[in-house]
Design a protein around this ligand. Structure first.
Ligand code: ADP
Length: 257
C-alpha cells in the first residue's frame, strides 16, 4: 500500500477554496468575453472607413481618368481617421495593461492651458463658439504634460464638437490644497441620464450616427479617464438633456502616495 498523505480540511476551509476557484473561473470567463468583444468592436470600427476607402478607390480606378488632388482628399481623411483610431486604441490598451509610464515634469498650468485652447480655437471660431476661462491656477503642476494635454483636448474638443453653432463653452478652474479642479462646461445638447453611466466606456457613443459624421470613435472619454487616473485623479460627468454637459477632472498637483 502506498502511503497516502491526507491533508485534512476543515469543511469551512474547503468551501472557501471551492468558492475562490469558482470566482476565479468566472473572472477568467468574463475577461475572455471582454477580449472577444473588444476584437469585435475594433473590427467593426475599422470596417466602415475601409469600405468607404475601397469603394472610392474602385470608382476612381473604374473611371480610368487622371485623378485630381481634390478627389484624393476624402481618401486621405479616411486614412487619417483609421490611424487616429489605431493610435487611440493603442494608448487605451497600454494604459489598461499598466504599461504606460507617465513622464512628469513641472510646468506652468495656465500657459499650458492657453496653448491647448489656442490649438482648438479654429474649430471654435468656425462654430462661433466662445471659449471662456474662469478662475486661475497660479501654481506649477507636476504632470505628464502631453498625456494631460490629450485629456483637455478630448474634453474641450467634445464640448466644441457637440455644442451647436453660437454655443458657449466655459472652462472653470479651481485650486486648493495641492489639488486642481478643471471643469469643462457647455450648453450643448446634453446627454440623457440613462446614457450617462456609459460615456467613459470605450466605443460608446450616445448618438452613433451623429458621432460618425463628426469623426468620433468613442475612445476619447475612455482615454481621458485612463490618463486622469494615471495621475491619481478622478473624472466625472453631469448633464441634463437640452441644457448642457459638465465634465469635471480633479487632479493632485503632484503625486501623493
Ligand atoms: P467620440 O469620439 O464619439 O466623441 P468620446 O469618448 O469622446 O467619443 O465621447 C463619447 C460620447 O459621449 C460621444 O459620442 C457623445 O455622444 C457623448 N459626449 C461626449 N462629450 C459630450 C458633450 N460635451 N456633449 C454631449 N455629448 C457628449
Amino acid at each position: 500500500h502506498p502511503h497516502i498523505h491526507q491533508q485534512s480540511f476543515e469543511s469551512d476551509d474547503f468551501t472557501e477554496v471551492v468558492q475562490a476557484v469558482n470566482q476565479l473561473g468566472k473572472r477568467i470567463l468574463k475577461e475572455e468575453e471582454r477580449r472577444g468583444q473588444l476584437i469585435a468592436d475594433v473590427a467593426h470600427e475599422l470596417r466602415t472607413p475601409l469600405t468607404i476607402l475601397r469603394s472610392q478607390l474602385e470608382t476612381l480606378v473604374l473611371e480610368g481618368k487622371e485623378v485630381s488632388i481634390h478627389q484624393l482628399i476624402p481618401l486621405v481623411d479616411e486614412i487619417i481617421h483609421m490611424q487616429q483610431l489605431i493610435h487611440n486604441l493603442q494608448q487605451l490598451s497600454l494604459a489598461k495593461a499598466n504599461q504606460i509610464t507617465i513622464k512628469r515634469s513641472w510646468f506652468v498650468f495656465q500657459e499650458w492651458l492657453e496653448e491647448i485652447i489656442e490649438t482648438l480655437n479654429i474649430k471654435a471660431i468656425e462654430k462661433e463658439i466662445e471659449v471662456k476661462v474662469e478662475g486661475k491656477v497660479s501654481k506649477e503642476v507636476y504632470w505628464d504634460s502631453s498625456r494631460m494635454k490629450q485629456v483637455v483636448i478630448n474634453l474641450l474638443g467634445n464640448a466644441i464638437k457637440y455644442t451647436e453653432q453660437g454655443g458657449k463653452v466655459n472652462i472653470v478652474l479651481k485650486q486648493s490644497q495641492g489639488i486642481v479642479k478643471i471643469q469643462i462646461i457647455d450648453n450643448g445638447p446634453g446627454i440623457p441620464p440613462e446614457k450617462l453611466p456609459y460615456v467613459f466606456k470605450r466605443f460608446y457613443r450616445v448618438d452613433a450616427s451623429r458621432s460618425r459624421v463628426s469623426g468620433g470613435s468613442g475612445l476619447g472619454l475612455a482615454i481621458a479617464k485612463e490618463f486622469v487616473e494615471l495621475h491619481g485623479g478622478s473624472i466625472y460627468v453631469e448633464s441634463e438633456s437640452g441644457e448642457g454637459t459638465t465634465f469635471t477632472a480633479i487632479l493632485p498637483i503632484f503625486p501623493v502616495d
